[in-house]
Write a protein that binds this ligand. Sequence first.
Ligand code: CAA
Length: 256
Amino acid sequence: MTETLIVERRDAVTLVTLNRPKALNALNSQVLAELLEVTRAYDADAGQGCMVITGSEKAFAAGADIKEMQAQGFADMYSHDFFAGWDAFTRTRKPIIAAVAGYALGGGCELAMMCDFILAADTAKFGQPEIKLAVTPGMGGSQRLAHAVGKAKAMEMCLTGRMMDAAEAERAGLVSRVVPAGELVEEAVKTAATVAAMAPLAVKANKEMVNAAFDMGLTQGVQFERRLFHALFGTEDQNEGMAAFVEKRAGKWTGR
Ligand code: CAA
């Protein structure tokens, strides 16, 4: 538990709930600092295999904190490289699932897209409304949204500030699945528990190689995949996983 986050351990799943209800979970510097601290601890904890980040029923997060940014000028933003801290969040090596209900706007949509995949409640609404404030996305939204849903929808959303509902977000490939709002957190924790039960090195390798698809060309990406695949044949868990299959039993992982 920190001032802006509720952190719970559900066996091998870390459940983080953004907790600034009066500001609809607007993401200020304190949220970022606390989230980085919690995420680093999660990444270093061998007992934790997957993380879920969620918000409230009304808002996953309604954006970066406009009140924090309002009085800043170019020199402040540029000299402090405002938002650069979020890059550290994206370097987390273990998986993070965003469980989104209600508004995921601006930085909220961007945080959800920084996670490895998004499970959405049927109440979820995604948008990049920064243009209405006479600015642009600043936490990677223009890039990640364009990768996720293609140029046409990304451009329309950034230029008009229009929100996408859960059904459209699923059709567009922004979210992996839509579930009833009342079941969102339990479904996300259940999904995270499935991931957490896998061999830890294989989890990291799968995350790393899917993410590589966004930075590499096809030939280079396929080569990268193959090398990581080969590397896993040097692990105890690969021996165990294949032996367990042949012997018709569940594998027991050592993480080595
Ligand atoms: N920053 C700071 N405070 C915010 C906020 C934000 N992004 N979003 C909401 N709040 C605050 C409101 O100011 C309000 O506070 P007060 O009670 O003190 O007035 C409180 O949360 C509740 O909000 P509303 O009264 O506006 O609630 P609503 O139900 O009428 O509307 C909403 C909900 C449509 C989400 C509306 O709050 C809204 O449009 N929020 C701003 C969305 C936005 O522009 N996000 C982008 C921010 S910029 C950004 O994120 C840059 C980037 O690229 C990272």
